[in-house]
Design a protein around this ligand. Structure first.
Ligand SMILES: Cc1ncc(COP(=O)(O)O)c(C=O)c1O
Length: 422
């Protein structure tokens, strides 16, 4: 999507301070750039920062969380990193430790974010899958959490539970009750909550709202809010600036001695990109009513939301008209997760090649029509139905073209299957 003008203008002023005298830039842009530069060492984005991030930005994030949740957040519990995935890696590596007799396990929903299995693997941690309830729009089921925890016993020591809300790739948004259930489960089993809330700004559907885990944790009273350990993640990737590489995590109820190690591990990066950190500040502290950039900023944000909604409806309509494909509208997030009955000849071909049939479907789509969708991550035996993850946060004309190509590909695939069956 087109970048947010306010964000890019402020960053431009920070990179090239003579622009701060350019009266064609809105006054609030110039003021913000000056304030952010003042927060940098030597007033330069070329300087390093503390390994946990600029104090100024950590405070802005803490203020944002406090406003959002109505629960206190201290800047000392906020750690900025080169993307939310980097912060997640730090936490997972800490959990992995080296002194345990058995490997560490992390309960992880399946389907899960595409890169997560690799991240856990690199940290030497075992992915312990819990299935989401497909017939309940991919909701979390507490009985399934208990089943997964029991199944993991003997294989590993489960120390944490990972959850993405809004869900990647399912688009599920958890209800208050569902979050309470997960918190109670984590409390009873002594698990650290690893909560990816990166898509918190993208929530649609009647009556669907995003509520943070932190908010619910504090609403549940001191029995939970003083004890349950949690790391929650957010990122500038959610506003289309992932390439600037910055995200943060808030740690709750983590032992200060462990926080010290978090800081130490972030030290190995020396410093998160300063431009990314400044973008984080702008994400959590956008223009206010009355600021000169407020109108444009609001229009641009609304345009993104409208595009996503429109894309969702047109993609569902097209996909649901394809034989063997079924797609539910999003509750939140940026991915559709349609199911597809991969035709028999393609399944046979996948077996011969010893690859997942869903992945082969995606590979053929990429090769034949240059449309990139992601296969679902399969754990265990091959699934009866395959899914693919389809990012729809793109300009509508790009989406329409992608849909035309998917239609063409799918019909061609069915026809060639018929021919090979005959
Ligand atoms: C679930 C999830 N979390 C986080 C991210 C972004 O990671 P980062 O903040 O490291 O760019 C993505 C990007 O695709 C994602 O899908």
């Amino acid at each position: 999507m087109k970048p947010l003008s306010f964000l890019r203008q402020v960053l431009a002023g920070c990179v090239h301070p003579p622009l701060l005298d350019d009266l064609t830039l809105p006054v609030d842009v110039r003021q913000r750039a000056q304030t952010l530069l003042d927060a940098c060492e030597e007033r330069s984005v070329g300087s390093y920062t503390d390994s946990s991030g600029l104090d100024y930005v950590r405070q802005s994030i803490a203020d944002f969380i406090t406003r959002r949740d109505g629960a206190p957040c201290s800047a000392s519990n906020v750690f900025i990193s080169g993307g939310s995935q980097r912060a997640l890696m730090v936490m997972v590596k800490l959990l992995a430790g080296t002194e345990w007799d058995v490997p560490t396990g992390v309960l992880t929903h399946v389907p899960c974010p595409l890169a997560l299995p690799m991240l856990l693997d690199e940290a030497g941690v075992s992915l312990e899958p819990y299935e989401l309830k497909k017939d309940q729009r991919w909701a979390v089921d507490v009985d399934e959490l208990h089943r997964a925890l029991t199944a993991a016993r003997g294989r590993c020591k489960t120390r944490a539970i990972f959850i993405s809300n809004p869900g990647n790739p399912t688009g599920h948004v958890q209800s208050r009750k569902s979050i309470q259930d997960v918190i109670r489960f984590a409390a009873a089993e002594g698990l650290l909550l690893l909560v990816d809330e990166v898509y918190q700004n993208y929530v649609f559907g009647d009556g669907v709202v995003f509520i943070s885990y932190k908010k619910i944790l504090f609403e549940m009273g001191p029995l939970y809010s003083d004890t349950v350990e949690m790391a929650s993640f957010h990122s500038i990737s959610s506003i289309g600036e992932g390439g600037l590489r910055a995200g943060y995590m808030e740690l709750v109820n983590i032992d200060p001695r462990v926080m010290h190690f978090v800081d130490t591990m972030l030290c190995t990066d020396i410093s998160t990109s300063v431009m990314g950190q400044l973008a984080l500040d702008l994400m959590v502290k956008p223009p206010k009513p009355g600021d000169s950039s407020y109108e444009t900023y609001t229009e641009e944000r609304i345009h993104v939301e409208k595009t996503l909604k429109k894309n969702c409806w047109s993609a569902c309509k097209v996909l649901n008209n394809l034989p063997g494909v079924s797609c539910e509208p999003l509750m939140g997030g940026i991915y559709l997760y349609p199911s597809v009955n991969v035709p028999p000849a393609t399944i046979k071909q996948a077996k011969e090649r010893q690859v997942d049939a869903g992945a082969l479907y995606c590979e053929k789509l990429l090769q034949e029509q240059a449309v990139l969708v992601g296969p679902s991550c399969s754990h265990g035996p091959p699934p009866a139905t395959h899914h693919f993850r389809f990012c729809i946060l793109v300009p509508s004309d790009v989406l329409e073209e992608a849909l035309r190509r998917i239609q063409k590909f799918h019909h061609n695939l069915l026809e060639s299957n018929l021919v090979s069956v005959i």
